[in-house]
Write a protein that binds this ligand. Structure first.
Ligand code: GDP
Length: 525
């Protein structure tokens, strides 16, 4: 197979949802289709249970699972599918944002009884920012749920995206009879007792009595009415609009019962994008360029506390990645080569010789990589789209064991490289501040510093509302600002200026008084 065909046959995507909507179940059923696993229950949920906040064994267990399920690759109908796992827990939302930067498209799972939930809304915001193509799967139709039209209204309003339903449910809960596949114009009957996947029933004319025979007169009339309304209200599938992130095709089904999933998967491989061109600070990189480029979107520490080595996950953006070949680490300005690059097929890891655009390669790392780093064949490129978000919780981090200050510094440095949290150094008192999006991260950091680096830390509360990155349209004004706000000035890991606002009021005043400074809430501007 030629290079271009290899690219065209790849689909790299993420599944996102609010916890409990059915992401893990759907992932597992998709893997079953690919023959990547053979029994249900093989995919472990990486959910952190509510009770587990202080259970460190649980955190360790989760880390183990999340390495195994970071990337799940499989083949289906001659298409190479890579599912990138995203953590569901909101304290790890930032990890999910970064994984999304490596996805070419996304499937959103929504619980039909709950509708659009908070986490879905947040993640969708990131998809909109990046114009990621989105397909929606409305799940749990075997349970009582909202009316499908209401759900679609809610999605349009809450997720701010137009929808095109491509399948349609016939009832729900006890009355769930099946779905009509609008895309293929056939009927799939649901039966809770039959767990095998049946072929759709072709119905040439939904106005014929044939439909009544299958689902009864009342359901048949209701379906005809619904479908007529669907045709009037919603546009037909427009692939260009989907690829542009304007329209989301919607499917209905029940992941648990493996119902309605094949319809979605068949449509997915037909319409979802193969690897897309990628922006760098310097230029647009096309996937079919001859030379290899890629970027690190995730770093995972080794599970063995005696080894500090890590796995850096690289998304191949162009060219062919090859084993034992020298590549330029643009950030470090030095060449590196990798003798054991791994690919992830379902839960198996294996060493590979080459990887194509769209693929994810796991590289063994001894501390060279941080999130966002670029690898090339020599060109100095910097891929865009790996933002840090303004954290919401802050604490001073102090050394609790003076004998171990080196270990602490190294530990903090490496954990920040992994993107566990963000470090700011106050320029006034030189104290180190850790900023996170969730409370759980402080516990993770303290635990890992101790167990992986032998360092002890102590937290001290700090009253901060927001840390924002400052862009100076006028350098003089920045000088003036620095002078007046000396106590509130910090540097991030890359040495960029950060303003530590104690309150919303303080931030508003700064914005009002310094018109030539822009205060950013993501690190990328
Ligand atoms: P995640 O948190 O989004 O990964 O959700 P899970 O896949 O772990 O599912 C959460 C719960 O919902 C589990 O108990 C699943 O068995 C259940 N579930 C998932 N899909 C369905 C479905 O289609 N119907 C029903 N009744 N339950 C489902």
């Amino acid at each position: 197979m030629g290079f271009k065909e290899e690219i065209l046959k790849r689909r790299t995507f993420g599944i996102i949802s609010h916890p409990d909507a059915g992401k893990t179940t759907l992932t597992e059923k998709l893997l079953l289709f690919g023959g990547a696993i053979h029994v249900a229950g093989a995919v472990k949920s990486n959910k952190i249970k509510k009770t587990a906040t202080s259970d460190f064994m649980e955190i360790e267990r989760q880390r183990g699972i999340s390495v195994a399920t970071s990337v799940m690759g499989f083949e289906y109908k001659n298409v190479k599918i890579n599912i990138l796992d995203t953590p569901g827990h909101q304290d790890f939302a930032e990890d999910t944002f970064r994984v999304l930067t490596a996805c070419d498209s996304v499937i959103i799972v929504i619980d039909s009884a709950k509708g659009v939930e908070s986490q879905t809304r947040k993640l969708m915001q990131v998809c909109r920012m990046r114009k990621t193509p989105v397909i929606v799967f409305i799940n749990k139709l075997d349970r009582p749920g909202h009316d499908p039209f209401d759900l679609l209204d809610e999605i349009e309003k809450e997720l701010q995206i137009q929808v095109t339903p491509l399948s349609w449910p016939i009832g729900n809960g006890d009355q769930f009879k099946g779905i009509y596949n609008i895309h293929r114009e056939n009927l799939c009957l649901y039966s809770a007792s039959v767990q095998t996947i049946q072929d759709g029933i072709e119905i040439d004319d939904i106005n014929s009595g044939e439909l009544d025979e299958h689902i009864g007169e009342r359901s048949a009339d209701k379906l005809r009415e619904d479908l007529e309304l669907v045709r009037e209200v919603y546009p037909a599938l427009d692939r260009a609009a989907y690829l542009d992130g304007q329209v989301a095709p919607v499917f209905f089904g029940s992941a648990l019962n493996n119902f309605g999933i094949r319809e979605m998967l068949d449509c997915f491989i037909e319409i979802a994008p193969s690897p897309l061109p990628r922006e760098t600070d310097e230029r647009l990189v096309q996937p079919d360029e001859e030379k290899f480029t890629g970027f690190v979107f995730k770093i995972h520490a080794n599970m063995d506390p005696n080894h500090r080595d890590r796995i850096a996950f690289v998304k191949v953006c162009s060219g062919i990645f090859r084993r034992n070949t020298n590549y330029l680490h643009v950030g470090l300005g030095k060449n590196l080569k990798f003798s054991t690059p791994t690919a992830f097929m379902a839960s198996k890891k294996s060493i590979i010789d080459e990887a194509y655009p769209g693929d994810i390669v796991g590289l063994h790392d001894t501390g060279n990589f941080k999130i966002g780093d670029t690898l090339t064949e020599g060109e100095k490129l910097h891929f865009k789209g790996i933002p840090s978000f303004s954290p919401e919780l802050f604490k001073y981090i102090e050394n609790a064991d003076p004998m171990k200050s080196k270990q602490l510094a190294k530990g903090i440095d490496q954990l920040m490289d992994e993107g566990v949290a963000q470090l700011f150094t106050n320029q006034f008192n030189n104290r180190k501040i850790i900023g996170t999006v969730g409370a759980l991260q402080f516990e993770v950091i303290e635990y890992r510093l101790l167990h992986e680096y032998g360092a002890a830390c102590r937290w001290e509360n700090i009253n901060l509302y927001k840390a924002c990155w400052i862009e100076a349209l006028d350098p003089k004004e920045l000088e003036d600002f620095r002078l007046h706000k000396a106590q509130y000035m910090a540097k991030d890991k890359w040495g960029r200026d950060v303003f530590l606002a104690e309150s919303q009021y303080m931030l508003q005043m700064a914005q009002a008084n310094y018109k030539k400074l822009v205060f950013h809430f993501t690190s990328e501007f």
